[in-house]
Design a protein around this ligand. Structure first.
Ligand code: CA
Length: 616
């Protein structure tokens, strides 16, 4: 009797196990490339009891090094070595049991695309435009709803629902971005997020090798990168090392328990970076920060597990080589295992020397921020090899300059003092500088919709050291506070057929929106021509009377850019006698907004204004 019940129970459970799993469900990466610097490749193989199979192959230049059998019998990890003599082509991976073939897979090695300039990097010469593909423009209404996915509805009236924007919508508006002066496009993650709710944000991956079908396809993404390059635009991919979504196929059937950082009961990260750099920190606080989960729907990957390391690293290399990507933005950078991230960066840089990498570090002190950058002077005993970070500290300082009153350490003096800490970085010019993003209150709201301040801050951002980044809609004065964050992720007006207004065109924008757009465009276009802004040094002067002056300059005096920030509520006349060291007898300056030339011995500066002058 007991045995009978056991049998029934066993059958019930067995039916719930992945009985439908075919003998071979998938191999990732599904193909690879010849000519890679790193010769090793680790294939993740998933299939019904595939863990008991033997593996063989026969292809010149490809060696089977090791077959790794892990806790879960439905997985195998197959280590290959692909030497320099391997030619592009296909070979069969044979899976056998007791000599009998149970599955086969035609594995392809594609030729590496070594076209010059395919991967260009993102530098100070660029202006980055960050957008959320679900919220920017709907270029293909046929993909809005996909029945097979967990969230299979769309509703533009809900800030949490899918709105239908996609990669085709971005392609359709690349000329708009180019006209604005943008040179690099950063989309929030495009890979599949098959989550039941709020899947639009893209940070809960459920397939690492597939573009979300609501955004398009892998082929369309590759085409998008090619079109960007044809138009002189660069492509930044947003990637997440730290976590996946609970809808990820790996989460439903883990290869091994320690694929994730698992706790006896749910533990959230502390969101505090301090334990990572604090010389007084406890180990338990460090563990909470690194191994706690970001939110319950985003399981925390264990980046000390070598199989996880290979899985992530190969995935990123695959996308760069497949599509041709210029830069990577690393989500939630401080939450990842530091040693792995350092090794990862070196491997990526070895494979793609021109690739740019910057990490999201939303911290509040320059030293904490610099701590995460490669070659910094803080000295942590570990070189992160991370060239760039998102410079949240400079953002806060610009806000203080715009909104605060000048005091010894307040207002405009805070901005000066923040830049005076640049000695912490190996190269602060690689910091990505910004006023807002998809997780923050919008810039125009943060200056209380004060249009003078808006323009002043944009002039600062686009002439400052670092790589400037705009958030979509800033140029048309989109506003709102980030509580909840859906409010700062609304649709770009005109991106959907039938929208009441189309702010992609000058005719669809109000006079003030056009003024904002043109203000940014003038600065962006000037930046594209100005050697001083593209690669010059920065010299700043101690602020006086609420006025702050800095210069961008090269070896040549002509073309020096003088930036004057008047943070006062009243107009002032600036006597420039004390700037002779940098002005070097240059007597005229051209205002890059009005095009007017003026003598620069004494310069009138209106209230709450940043003047940008090119000196001659
Ligand atoms: Ca669509």
């Amino acid at each position: 009797m007991k045995k009978g019940i056991f049998l029934v129970l066993f059958l019930l459970i067995a039916c719930r196990l992945p009985a439908q799993l075919p003998a071979l469900e998938r191999i990732e990466p599904m193909f690879w490339f010849t000519g890679m610097k790193h010769r090793q490749l680790q294939l993740l193989v998933r299939g019904n009891s595939i863990g008991q199979a033997d593996v063989s192959l026969n292809y010149p230049g490809v060696k089977l090094i090791k077959v790794n059998r892990v806790e879960n019998p439905h997985y195998l990890f197959v280590d290959l070595e692909i030497d320099a003599t391997a030619r592009p082509g296909k070979f069969e991976l044979r899976f056998t049991r007791s000599g009998k073939k149970i599955a086969g897979y035609s594995y392809e090695l594609k030729a590496r695309n070594s076209a010059a300039g395919r991967i260009q990097g993102v530098t100070e010469k660029d202006l980055i435009y960050l957008l959320m593909p679900d919220r920017f423009a709907n270029g293909d209404p046929r993909n809005d709803v996909r029945r097979e996915l967990a969230e299979n509805t769309m509703n533009r009236d809900s800030m949490y629902a899918r709105h239908g924007g996609d990669i085709q919508g971005v392609i359709d508006h690349l000329d708009y971005l180019k006209d604005l002066g943008v040179t690099a496009v950063w989309m929030t993650p495009e890979i599949e997020n098959n989550m039941p709710k709020a899947s639009y944000h893209g940070y809960a991956a459920t397939e690492h090798y597939r573009i979300d079908p609501r955004y398009g396809s892998n082929e369309l993404y590759k085409k998008y990168a090619e079109i960007c390059h044809e138009k002189g635009l660069k492509v930044i991919k947003d990637i997440v090392h730290n976590h996946i979504g609970t809808g990820h196929w790996l989460f439903t059937d883990l290869p091994m328990k320690d694929w994730l950082n698992q706790w006896p009961s749910y533990q959230q990260t502390s969101y505090r970076e301090q334990p990572l750099l604090d010389i007084h920190a406890s180990k338990s606080d460090q563990k909470q920060m690194l191994n706690g989960w970001f939110v319950p729907s985003m399981p925390d990957l264990n980046q000390t597990n070598p199989f996880v390391q290979n899985y992530l690293t190969q995935n990123h290399i695959w996308w760069i080589e497949y599509a041709g990507i210029d830069g990577l933005r690393l989500d939630t950078y401080p939450y990842n295992d530091p040693k792995f991230m350092a090794d990862w960066a070196q491997r990526l840089q070895a494979e793609f020397p021109d690739l740019s990498i910057f990490g999201e570090t939303l911290v509040t002190a320059a030293a904490n921020q610099a701590f995460f950058t490669g070659g910094n002077t803080v000295g942590r005993g570990l070189d992160t090899h991370l060239p760039g970070i998102t410079d949240a500290v400079l953002k806060d300082a610009i806000y203080e300059a715009l909104n605060g009153k000048a005091g010894w350490t307040d207002g405009i003096n805070r901005l000066y003092a923040t830049l005076a800490q640049d000695f912490l970085y190996k190269n602060p010019n690689q910091n990505v500088i910004f006023m807002d993003n998809h997780d923050m209150s919008r810039y125009y709201s943060m200056v209380n919709e004060d249009f003078d301040k808006f323009k002043s801050g944009m002039s600062l951002l686009l002439t400052m050291r670092g790589i400037p980044q705009l958030y979509y809609g800033t140029e048309i004065l989109m506003k709102n506070f980030s509580n909840p964050d859906g409010l700062v992720r609304s649709d770009f007006p005109g991106g959907w057929k039938g929208d009441k207004t189309n702010k992609f065109t000058a005719a669809g924008r109000t006079a003030q929106e056009n003024e904002a757009f043109n203000h940014i465009r003038n600065l962006a276009r000037f930046r594209q021509k100005s050697e001083a802004l593209q690669s010059g040094k920065l010299m700043q002067y101690v602020p006086q009377d609420g006025i702050y002056v800095y210069f961008r300059y090269t070896g040549q005096a002509a073309g020096t850019v003088m930036v004057i920030v008047n943070s006062n509520d009243s107009g002032k006349e600036l006597d420039t006698a004390r700037f002779g060291e940098r002005m070097q007898g240059l007597t005229y300056g051209k205002d890059i907004q009005t095009g007017k030339e003026q003598p620069v011995a004494k310069i009138p500066v209106p209230a709450k204004t940043t003047l940008v002058l090119e000196l001659r």
